[in-house]
Design a protein around this ligand. Structure first.
Ligand code: ADP
Ligand code: MG
Length: 449
């Protein structure tokens, strides 16, 4: 019934407001004369205030007896129980019920996983991603003829998934007969587990080893999963031998994938490794403008600059800020100007400034252990200092977005493997050392509080 309401509203509400506020809503379930509608964030409850009359009107004209709508956010446990076909009671245990398993098999269509928005045309290049972009283009234009595998790495929200899928779209467009598989390493893992469980390993292997292009995302998640690594190793070899294109994305370079077996890691280095660095200010502004353009919104330059200079580095957050702003001004009918931006984004920006920095960690650890900050940062390796320093590096790894090499730099030029070693050591120690655990919790709390 909600779909019908939406249809009615679509004709009466302007397109931008409709796309912003109504399109993202989903029917959840109904109870009595009430419809429950799922919305992405609590801000959407304003829908009721703004469109209440129109919704009422639509409900009335439906004549199905629904009188009220309640909006629930995704966090609420509002998932309706699945309805059984034709209202029959659930099948008894004696009835054959392999439908699920079968379906999982026919669901296979790796390319269907591609997001239509993630194309090269929508990707803004700048100094931080130029190299990765160029490499991706090369692979997309001449699959299996340039770099194989292409290994992309970079922090969260830097555009790895976007680039990888853009490769998929381009290859598909140029070679419609190619089968393209985009899969996260988590999905690969789950697929494998299910296949083992239902005795379908043969079809699992056939599926993954016969694609023309395998795009595997967030490979870091196969760390410590030996069986998955083994399987992926063979998938990799089979595809590579047949000269099928592989693209791998990761949050860190192969050599930092410490818990992935060497033979896999070394294969990741066979082709080309391209990193993506956070965008600079100009690139951020350009991304915002591109995004606004695709939303058909006017984004004044000063507003774009304001967002870009206040949101640190993550492109996803950048987009989130813009969407929020656009939604706000379309809902209130207000103009999208600097003042609105400052107001609306205040929370997001405050949160950012509360983010923990390496300096603040060094300061807190120095205080905790009665040392000077310079001692924590220096090269001195006396025992009284090594331990606090390891703790500080551990916290830096967990509380900031700094990479291992960056942390190393800020601690007197340590090699990133030294940093990794410290992080692992503290990680291990905290499992059994209650005092250490408490200390870490305390420091974490005071730093991010
Ligand atoms: P990652 O996989 O590295 O975490 P994503 O590819 O998911 O990051 O990107 C996060 C969001 O930011 C996506 O919506 C993506 O379209 C957008 N994005 C990232 N980089 C760019 C860019 N250079 N130009 C345009 N959009 C970008
Ligand atoms: Mg991603």
């Amino acid at each position: 019934p909600w779909l019908q309401v939406l249809d009615a509203l679509e004709k009466k509400v302007n397109r931008l407001s409709y796309d912003t506020w109504l399109k993202p809503t989903r029917f959840s379930h109904s109870q009595g004369n009430k419809i429950f509608v799922r919305v992405p964030t609590p801000e959407f409850r304003h829908i009721g205030e703004k469109y209440g009359d129109l919704i009422q009107e639509a409900l009335d004209s439906l004549g199905l007896g629904f009188e009220d709508v309640e909006f629930v956010t995704d966090q609420a446990p509002a998932e309706a129980p699945m309805r059984h076909d034709g209202g029959f009671p659930p099948q008894s245990a004696a009835a054959p019920a392999p439908a699920r398993v079968q379906q999982a098999r026919f669901d296979w269509d790796g390319a269907a996983q591609l997001n239509p928005k993630y194309i090269f045309d929508n990707f803004v290049t700048g100094p931080g991603n130029q190299f990765a972009h160029a490499a991706s283009r090369a692979v997309a234009d001449r699959p299996s003829k340039t770099y194989n595998p292409l290994f992309l790495y970079g922090g969260v929200g830097m555009g790895k998934t976007h680039l990888m899928q853009a490769i998929g779209h381009t290859i598909k467009r140029n070679n419609p007969e190619h089968s393209i598989c985009y899969v996260s390493s988590e999905k690969f893992t789950n697929d494998m587990i299910n296949s083992v469980r239902y005795d379908k390993m043969t079809s699992f292997r056939e599926r993954y080893r016969t694609v023309d292009v395998l795009l595997i995302d967030d490979i870091q998640f196969i760390a410590r999963k030996e069986r998955t690594q083994e399987e992926f190793f063979h998938t990799f070899n089979a595809l590579h031998e047949q000269q099928k294109q592989l693209v791998i994305a990761s949050d860190r370079p192969p050599k930092e994938l410490a818990e992935i077996e060497d033979r896999l890691r070394s294969r990741f280095e066979w082709g080309l490794i391209a990193d993506i660095q956070p965008p600079d200010l100009e690139t951020k502004v350009a991304i915002l403008q591109k995004k606004a353009e695709s939303e058909r919104t006017q984004l004044p330059t000063d507003v774009a600059l304001f967002i870009a200079s206040n949101i640190r580095s993550n492109v996803r957050e950048l987009e989130g800020a813009l969407i929020r702003l656009v939604a706000y001004s379309s809902l209130t009918g207000g103009e999208l100007n600097l003042m609105t931006a400052q107001q609306v984004l205040k929370n997001i920006i405050d949160q950012q400034t509360r983010k923990v920095t390496i300096e603040s960690i060094q300061k807190a650890c120095a205080e905790q252990f009665g040392l000077r900050i310079a001692e924590i940062k220096a090269k001195n390796n006396s025992r009284a200092i090594v331990y606090p320093r390891q703790i500080a590096m551990y916290l830096a790894k967990h509380l900031t977005e700094a990479s291992l090499p960056e942390i190393g730099r800020q601690f007197g030029g340590k090699h990133h493997t030294t940093v990794l070693h410290s992080v692992d050591k503290i990680d291990e120690a905290r499992k059994s050392d209650k005092d250490l655990n408490r200390l870490l919790n305390k420091l974490t709390e005071s730093l991010s509080g």
